[in-house]
Ligand binder design. Structure first.
Ligand SMILES: [Zn+2]
Ligand SMILES: [Zn+2]
Length: 335
């Protein structure tokens, strides 16, 4: 990874917005690109700018822009769909046939740079009571909100979230906001478990230190309504099939580093388990921002570490090695 001088981007389209980046959150997917140079079939060609969890200030707006004006503080929605293909017309713009996504190889450079041009449809102005950190964190939180929306009715539900990183935490916060009764969470990192415990998880267990499946089933003899896989590990999927009750739903949110999941055919069939995959999110940024703005969800605890722009590589190293109990590292362009 290196810092490079590039030309300052210019507003060229009528609906373009030029944004000064203030804060960028480092995401697990950025780390996949940093360490492996790819996620599945999406392969990075160097040089490439990563980053997609950004917040900034509008410095210039194209002549047709109506959503924002210079000076507005923004959460940036990283997806730039075409709004015209079959997927977009069906309301599935997150799986747009011509999707461009910030920091996604072959689609668009990311937001780890001082200035960024985005279409106005990706710009979500934030209220004065929101910080740039919270605006940037609305991106992963929106994925949690979306995953919960695709799962089961939350009021009274008993669920497990396997993986307590930023996405697992986002799922938990969204589930609790939607009325989830009991959320059991697991991870390998104790600091992450304390963080989610403090912010709403009802029970936490470290998979390296205890038999989490047995312990959860001791509390939940009828087993769980839904399990969210949020770490991309085969062990977690195996645990999910043990934990789910007949008719339960497995929601796969994590990104595995391998190519195929293995599903226990017998358990999956006898329990008639539904499996729902999650691809990022659609239409949940606004809900996420509302939850934060009205105090329903507090995300502050997710930002555990902060680095200046020129320390970006240090931030990536720390997240890649899960050092110092890092939950989310924020790159702060103002320091
Ligand atoms: Zn992300
Ligand atoms: Zn489209």
């Amino acid at each position: 990874m290196e810092m490079m001088e590039i030309p300052e981007p210019k507003v060229s389209g009528d609906h373009d917005v030029k944004i000064r980046i203030e804060v960028v959150g480092v995401c697990g997917s950025d780390i996949h690109y940093y360490l492996k140079g790819k996620i599945g079939s999406q392969v990075v060609k160097y040089p490439f700018i990563v980053g997609h969890e950004g917040a900034g200030t509008v410095v210039e707006a194209g002549p047709a822009v109506t959503r924002v004006r210079p000076g507005d503080r923004l959460a940036i929605e990283p997806a730039m769909p075409c709004w015209e293909c079959d997927q977009c017309l069906a309301g599935r713009h997150h799986t747009c046939r011509k999707l461009r996504f910030l920091g996604c190889p072959g689609q668009a450079d990311g937001c780890l740079s001082e200035y960024l041009i985005m279409p106005e449809t990706s710009c979500f102005p934030i209220t004065p009571n929101l910080s740039f950190d919270e605006a940037a964190i609305s991106e992963p939180l929106a994925i949690g909100v979306y995953a919960v929306k695709q799962s089961i009715p939350m009021p009274g539900s008993r669920i497990a979230i396997l993986g307590s990183g930023p996405i697992g935490m986002s799922v938990m916060l969204a589930a609790k906001a939607a009325g989830c009764k009991k959320a059991y969470m697991t991870d390998r990192i104790d600091e992450r478990l304390s963080c989610v415990k403090l912010t709403g998880a009802d029970w936490t267990g470290n998979v390296d230190k205890e038999n989490v499946t047995n312990l959860i089933l001791q509390h939940e003899t009828l087993m769980l309504d839904a399990v969210f896989e949020c770490c991309g590990q085969q062990d977690a999927v195996d645990q999910a099939f043990e934990l789910l009750k007949p008719g339960g739903k497995l929601i796969i949110v994590g990104i595995p580093e391998f190519d195929r999941w293995s599903i226990p055919a017998d358990l999956a069939r006898r329990k008639e388990i539904t499996i729902q995959n999650i691809r990022r999110q659609a239409d949940c940024v606004e809900t996420a921002l509302h939850y934060i703005a009205d105090g329903t969800i507090k995300v502050g605890a997710m930002a555990t570490h902060r680095f200046g722009f020129n320390e970006t590589m240090k931030a990536f190293e720390m997240v890649a090695e899960y050092r110092d109990g890092v939950m989310k590292a924020m790159i702060d362009f103002r320091i």
